[in-house]
Design a binder for this molecule. Structure first.
Ligand SMILES: [Zn+2]
Ligand SMILES: [Zn+2]
Length: 453
């Protein structure tokens, strides 16, 4: 029996426990508060910092959404130093970080951020740099970064993920969260349903490459996904239960990253696709969708792949031997065609992890064939069909699909072929390449969407 399944994220704060996976998991977040009308809890949560000054960070939108209320609650008993960013399209970059560094002084004993993705990332990074604990008052259930311990920051135009710290405390008031822009709530749903494909990749890596896997953590994430999917139809009317399921799922999946010391439970190929599209946006100077919305798009694509794999004849694929046709030249060409100069860095980092020799490629394909029945049972059959997924997202009012990425057909196709190269981890796309069918599957997916045009 997995005891974790009965715990809420609030009850999981500060938990330390030995697990059947062999690790002792610990969650070093002091305090998690989720509920309706709980913003006043902030006074209690910050009590230990009362002797010093609290650095109060918000932007113009989050200040209106919750910041002003927080300020009123704290100003009687706390010394506040405020940094309110005037721009609503704040980026987690050097410039914003510099502004926060400049506001720091020796009296500051806590950093309090009121916001979601960007402000949370900035506060976390500042906390990591200064060793001053940070508290986050969430304003939107839009991403799973509240409880995670990594901060993605944009350095010289490239998004880099830095190891940072857990927050000291997370406060998520459903009254505030449910008033967030609908696109941000849909982003949170997208980030959660992306766990379907993240968990599938994790299991695949475990079956095929004996990678570390924690059953208890996987079950916990699965439960959070099911809870969100079950209440997704309540999103359109901003039902508190639906919003609470999303924020609980997001906080929980962030915790699972810390518990396992890996982003495996929360991020797989759907995230690599989302990062790829985001990088393309940066390279081409084009606006992209929010992280979670893109993760949701990536998930639909990955579910199409799993559905296809359920129907293939693996012995015929092996007998066709297309895995022998793979060449380094073609591999490099696809990457540079899509990413331009940045492609060269990607190639250099990834090349040592690619099987270029025919013998190794044959062995990898054979190994997949041997494990095929187990993969089918434990991975493919556990996935919802793409049409079930589409209906659920439509029911939640989220209609974004691959065509909304506004990529030309070839860029989209190349993103499916090369998205996996931006990290060194195994997933379904690598499995397709090991079988020699990545290109034909990418063509098939591209046709599904682009033939409608
Ligand atoms: Zn475990
Ligand atoms: Zn994510």
């Amino acid at each position: 029996m997995n005891e974790l399944l009965s715990k809420t994220p609030q009850e999981m704060a500060s938990l330390v426990f030995p697990c059947s996976c062999g690790k002792t998991h610990s969650i070093d977040i002091n305090d998690v508060r989720i509920g309706t009308h709980i913003l006043t809890d902030i006074v209690d949560s910050l009590q230990v910092f009362q002797s010093g000054t609290v650095l109060f960070i918000a932007d113009c939108n989050t200040y209106t959404a919750a910041g002003k209320q927080v300020e009123t609650l704290l100003s009687k008993t706390f010394q506040l130093k405020k940094v309110i960013f005037p721009n609503s399209h704040l980026h987690p970059d050097e410039q914003a970080l510099q502004q926060l560094r400049a506001a720091m002084n020796p009296e500051i004993t806590a950093i309090l951020a009121v916001g979601s993705g960007t402000l949370n990332d900035l506060a976390r990074y500042l906390s990591y740099e200064t060793k001053i604990p940070y508290i986050i008052v969430g304003t939107a259930p839009s991403m799973d970064g509240y409880a995670s311990m990594v901060s993605p920051l944009i350095t010289k135009g490239v998004k880099v993920t830095y190891n940072a710290v857990y927050p000291y405390c997370i406060i998520a008031d459903i009254e505030i969260m449910k008033e967030a822009p609908m696109v941000m709530i849909h982003a949170g749903l997208g980030d959660i349903v992306g766990k379907y494909s993240a968990l599938a990749d994790w299991k695949l890596a475990n079956i095929l490459h004996d990678e570390y896997y924690c059953e208890a953590t996987a079950e916990l994430v699965e439960k959070a996904v099911h809870q969100c999917v079950a209440s997704a139809s309540g999103i359109m009317t901003r039902k508190p239960e639906a919003i609470q399921s999303i924020i609980e799922g997001l906080i929980l999946s962030g915790m699972c990253i810390g518990m396992t010391g890996s982003s495996r439970p929360a991020s797989g190929e759907e995230h690599l696709l989302s990062h790829t599209w985001e990088m393309l946006g940066l390279i081409r100077g084009q606006e992209t969708h929010l992280h979670g919305n893109q993760v949701g798009i990536g998930t639909e694509i990955i579910l199409h792949i799993y559905q296809y794999l359920l129907s293939v004849d693996i012995h015929k694929i092996y007998a066709d031997g297309k895995f022998k046709l793979f060449t380094r030249e073609k591999w490099e060409e696809n990457i540079t065609k899509l990413f331009g100069d940045i492609g060269l860095q990607i190639i250099e980092k990834k090349a040592p992890y690619i099987n270029f020799t025919p013998g190794k490629r044959e062995a990898a394909a054979q190994h997949i064939v041997e494990k095929w029945e187990q993969i089918k049972k434990d991975v493919f059959q556990a996935m919802p069909s793409p049409s079930t997924y589409r209906d659920m997202m439509d029911g939640a009012g989220s209609h974004l699909g691959p065509l909304d990425l506004k990529l030309d057909r070839e860029s989209f196709r190349l993103s499916l072929l090369t998205g996996k190269e931006i990290r060194q981890r195994f997933g379904v796309m690598q499995m397709l390449e090991d079988l020699g069918i990545l290109e034909e599957v990418a063509d098939m997916i591209t046709d599904i969407y682009y033939s409608q045009l």
